[in-house]
Structure formats: C-alpha cells, structure tokens
Design a protein around this ligand. Structure first.
Ligand SMILES: Cc1cc2nc3c(=O)[nH]c(=O)nc-3n(C[C@H](O)[C@H](O)[C@H](O)COP(=O)(O)OP(=O)(O)OC[C@H]3O[C@@H](n4cnc5c(N)ncnc54)[C@H](O)[C@@H]3O)c2cc1C
Ligand code: SF4
Length: 558
C-alpha cells in the first residue's frame, strides 16, 4: 500500500483565480513578496537598495513600492533551520553597507567533526568535502530573519505579519497578486464576532518566497506549466535548542544510528549538533520522507539520538528551551522547475527547491535567489518595460543559471537520489560524485515521489525511549516548546482523506511531530490546532494549506 493510493481531492485550480474585490477596493502595491524568510527578505532589501537610486521608479510604484506578507505572528516566527550559514550571498547583499560581524551570528565555525554512530559507539570519520564548513557562521534563522526584516523595513518595505496568502490572483495569462486569508472563522467556517475578510492585493510583480511546500508555489507551477521532469521530494527536520552547562566548541554531524542502513527501509539522513555561543547548543535529526516504515518517527528518533553517550554527555546538566520541525526540499537540481518565472511572477528559495542536500545548505541560495529576483523585477519595472508580458522576467532564470547556486546544485545533482539505494551503496556513489564534481556517474537519476513508496511495518517504535521530561520528551510537550498558539476552534487546514487503512493512519500518527493525527477504529482523527506547519503531510499523502494568519508556532531561537 502506498500513500499515493489515498490522496485527498485537491484541485490547484481552486486556489487560483481573478481578483474578486471591486477594483477600487483592491490594495495596490508595487512588488508583492509572499514569505518573510531569507529569500523574501533578501528580495525586499535588494529592491530597497535599487529603488534608493531610482526615485522615479519608486514614485511610479505608488504608496507601497514593496510589501512582504508573512503568515507567522512576526517575521521569524515560522523560521527554523540548522543553521550553519555560508555568508557568501549576505556579503553580496550588504556589500559596502554592513560587515558580516555586524549580523546576529553566534560566531564562525572553528572546528568540526563527523561521526558514524552505532547504538553505543561513535566512530570519527573524515569530513566529506561537501560537508566542510570553514568560513561559515552559526545562526538561529529565526533571529536572523527578524534582523533581516528590520533591514527590509529600513529600506522602505512594508511588512504585513499575521497575513497568509491563500489564493494566487491571475487573469489574462498573468499573475496579478494574491488574496489573503479570512480571519475570525469558526470550526465550520462560520463568521465569528471578530470576523475580518481577506483582501485582494494586486502588484506589478509577485514574488513567491514561501519556502518549503509553498502552497501558492505549487499552484503556480501547475497553472503555468513550470514543473520540471522530476517530482520534488522532502526530508523532515526536527530540532531542539538546549541551554547547556558546558560550551560546545565545534560543529558535529552524525550519520548511521538511529537510522537503519538497509536499502529496504530507505532511511536517509543524519543529525546536526551546533554550538550557539557559550551556553546554548542546537541539535536536530533530518530524515528523508521517502522512508517506508509506518513506525518511523523523526520526533522520536531525535529523542533516541539524545540517549547516545556522545550526545547525552553534551547535554548533561542542561535544559531544553525550544523545539520545532520543518521539511526541507531534497530533490535538488534534478527536481528544479523548468522555469522560475511566469508573466508577473518570480519564484525563489526553498519554494523553487534550491537546497544543497549533502551540505545541508539552503539559506545562502535563498538569499542569492531573492536578490536576483529583486534585480529582475527592478529591470522589468523600468519605463517602457512591462513585467507581465511573457518572457519579461526571464532574466531571472538566466541570472540564476549563471550564479554559484546553479553550479553548486549541479555538482551534487544525483547525490540524494543515490541514497535511495541504501546507505553503503549511496555513500560510495556520493563519494564518486564528490571526487568528480558530479561527472561520475554520468546522466541523471530519476526521482520517485515520497507518496509512491510502499509502506512496510517493523517494530521500530519499541526502541524509542520513554519520555523522562529531562532528556527525552513526548510530542505534546514539544508542541508546547514551539510556542504554538493556534486557536482550537479555527477551521481545519489539513486536507486528508479520513477513510484510510489503519497502516496509513498509523504512519501519519508516527510521522507528525506535533501529534495532530490519531489512528482510530475506522480511520484517523485530527487535532489541527497542534500543527506546527512542518509540511510533512503534503509529502506523505495529504495537504497542508495555510491556516489563519498569526497561528502556528512562535519560534524565536530555531
Ligand atoms: C532542520 C533544518 C536544518 C537546516 N539547516 C540548514 C543549515 O544549517 N544551513 C543552511 O544554509 N540551510 C539549512 N536548512 C535549509 C534552510 O533553512 C532553507 O533552505 C531556507 O530557510 C529557505 O529559505 P526561504 O526563504 O526559501 O524559506 P523559509 O525559510 O521557509 O521562509 C519562508 C517564509 O514564508 C512564509 N510563508 C510561506 N507561505 C506563506 C504564505 N502563503 N503566506 C504568507 N507567508 C508564507 C513562512 O511562514 C516563512 O516565514 C535547514 C532546514 C531545516 C528544516
Ligand atoms: S499536521 Fe502535518 S504539517 Fe502539521 S505538524 Fe503534523 S505533519 Fe507537520
């Protein structure tokens, strides 16, 4: 049985349409950016810089030349990453304006170790070239996002938090903007006392920077025929931040246990453990969502990882202070859309799938693509240009193909797909790919959708440690640590079929790090208010749609 056999009815066409508000009630902005992540904020900052030198263009864009919509309570609330950041794209963005040491980083990576774990032992192995972090810096993406949002506002952008874009506005073959979601509806969709309807926001250029599992990005790829040959695949990352008794002086990555190496399980991933200054450490597990075992739970694998002597020692005497989860697009170069523009539309960051999986890096690609999107939008806004004519924004694709983003992703293009063949064979192929900069093996490997993997069942869950509330935790206390504030009586934003076989219900129950699903006698019960919007359900047979703006986690340190 495959999750693909039980996909819920979901028609992207229901999420795209012409503006419906009367023309004089539509909110007009110059460039509309959806998502205040590194991609969207870099785009806003770069536009601000370009408009600074072009007052006549700024003037023509009206009262709000640049607006950024963010569904989280504030910028950063929904940002979660490792994060070791390659500062290359930030250096270009802030050239002549800010030095890297003025940004909110925890410092450079000074030492690093990679281990292969068995249940009791840790074998240090040489750092694979793709995982080297010399010159990189450690950050909390949530904190970096808040800082970038301040810079964007200073450069003239208007940021609208607590605002979800729920519908792509398109008419006459071009994108016109987005419609924002209603607020104040009850569980059955009825209007409550504080009801506020959504609004049509129209713009000359719309930039989708929604990150992983972008709702409108998927709709746009479908509507404008942009999807590439290979489907996208995802991994789920679950992480914690700890206050620790002793500082950690290096960046650590592990592979091997608690994942199983045999090809039949398709368990690809590993852990990261990064220092955050003298008194904090962040650690997380990232696992490909092409896994097959219905009992696999990334939340519980992270709990298990902490019981390893290597990790337990680092956390001894410490306290967990934050938790969160998010998916990562892992298809890489082979899963990129054919094009990243359509009339009036640009797509950047994780929404486009710009992630280097072996390096676990996407932030600098998000920033670079956001900056390039700004430059393309700016060029198309010059007098005599029309961004909504076909091909007017094609310079964005050209610039991205010329950039380091493209070259980096091309070199590691088959790497993720190789690990579908199991850890050892995948590892050997990955080594060959690295040594030859992607020339061997030649050609491209096909990607299989996560939903197409046949499910199997083992007794994997038996070995997950019982939560002790000190080192190991249950999911509800994890959701609490995410600061989740979703209203209980909000309409359900998770689209799934309820009449699914027990195996699939059980798989969702284990998969969801936030305890949203409960397998029952004849299907699955859902508690949507627990959802931290990680996106895993979209990879595994359902669909996460944006809930009411302002709901979801309130990350501050992730
Ligand atoms: C566990 C984990 C570890 C990682 N480690 C690293 C690392 O160490 N180094 C590294 O470089 N990269 C790392 N990455 C990848 C990196 O975090 C991403 O590549 C990067 O965050 C992508 O940036 P983005 O702006 O495209 O998307 P995001 O960071 O996801 O930001 C998108 C924003 O858009 C908002 N949004 C989405 N849809 C809507 C909508 N419809 N309406 C309104 N707002 C919306 C979201 O709330 C969010 O704030 C990691 C990722 C994970 C999950
Ligand atoms: S319901 Fe889906 S999107 Fe929400 S936390 Fe669970 S798996 Fe993630």
């Amino acid at each position: 049985m495959r999750p693909a056999d039980y996909l819920p009815p979901f028609d992207p066409r229901d999420h795209i349409g012409a503006p419906t508000d009367p023309e004089d009630e539509r909110i007009e902005v110059g460039v509309l950016i959806v998502g205040a992540g590194p991609a969207g904020l870099a785009c806003a900052i770069r536009l601000g810089q370009l408009l600074e030198g072009a007052p006549e263009v700024r003037e023509r864009l009206g009262e709000v030349p640049v607006a950024v919509l963010e569904k989280g309570k504030q910028p950063g609330s929904h940002l979660l990453s490792g994060a070791v950041v390659n500062p290359r794209a930030l250096r270009r963005l802030f050239k002549g304006r800010k030095r890297i040491d003025e940004l909110p980083f925890y410092g450079p990576v000074e030492h690093e170790s990679v281990y292969f774990l068995t249940p009791r032992r840790a074998l240090r192995i040489p750092t694979p070239p793709t995982m080297k972090n010399e010159g990189n810096v450690v950050a909390s993406l949530s904190q970096l996002g808040r800082w970038l949002a301040e810079q964007a506002e200073e450069s003239g952008a208007m940021i609208l938090p607590e605002t979800a874009a729920v519908k792509l506005l398109a008419a006459d073959g071009r994108v016109r903007g987005v419609r924002t979601g209603d607020k104040g509806r009850g569980r059955e969709g009825q209007e409550l006392g504080n009801f506020e309807p959504g609004a049509d926001l129209v713009a000359r250029v719309t930039v989708l920077a929604e990150g992983t599992q972008g709702h409108l990005t998927g709709v746009a790829l479908n509507r404008f025929g942009l999807a590439g040959e290979n489907p996208q695949v995802w991994a789920l990352g679950v992480k914690e931040v700890w206050k620790v008794a002793r500082p950690l002086n290096r960046v650590i990555h592990t592979m091997g246990w608690p994942l199983r190496a045999a090809a039949k399980y398709r368990e690809f991933g590993g852990s990261f453990i990064y220092p955050m200054g003298e008194d904090m450490v962040t650690l997380g597990m990232v696992v490909g969502l092409d896994y097959r075992d219905v009992e696999l739970s990334v939340h519980d694998l992270l709990q298990e990882l902490k019981t390893h002597p290597l990790v337990r020692r680092l956390l001894e005497g410490g306290e967990r202070i934050a938790w969160g989860a998010k998916t990562i697009p892992e298809g890489g170069f082979l899963s990129l859309p054919k094009r990243l523009h359509a009339p009036g539309l640009l797509i950047c960051g994780d929404g486009a799938g710009l992630v280097n999986v072996p390096a676990l890096k996407g932030i600098h690609y998000a920033i670079e693509s956001g900056s390039l999107a700004a430059e393309a939008a700016f060029a198309a806004l010059q007098r005599g240009q029309t961004p909504s004519t076909p091909g007017a924004l094609a310079v964005y694709d050209d610039a991205l193909r010329q950039s380091f983003v493209w070259k980096d992703l091309q070199e590691v293009r088959n790497m993720r797909q190789a690990f579908g063949r199991g850890f050892w064979l995948g590892g050997a192929l990955a080594g060959a790919m690295t040594a030859t900069k992607g020339h061997f093996p030649p050609g491209n490997t096909r990607t299989e959708r996560d939903v197409d993997q046949e499910l199997i069942r083992t007794d994997r869950a038996q070995s997950y440690p019982a939560p002790d509330g000190t080192l190991t935790f249950d999911r509800l206390s994890s959701v609490f640590a995410s600061g989740n504030k979703t209203r209980d009586d909000q309409p359900n934003h998770i689209v799934i079929r309820r009449d699914v076989p027990p195996e699939l219900a059980r798989m969702w129950e284990r998969m969801c790090p936030a305890q949203v699903y409960e397998a029952g006698g004849d299907g699955v019960a859902v508690t949507p208010s627990n959802c931290v919007q990680c996106g895993a359900i979209t990879a595994k047979g359902g669909r996460l749609t944006p809930p009411e703006g302002g709901s979801g986690p309130e990350y501050t340190l992730t």
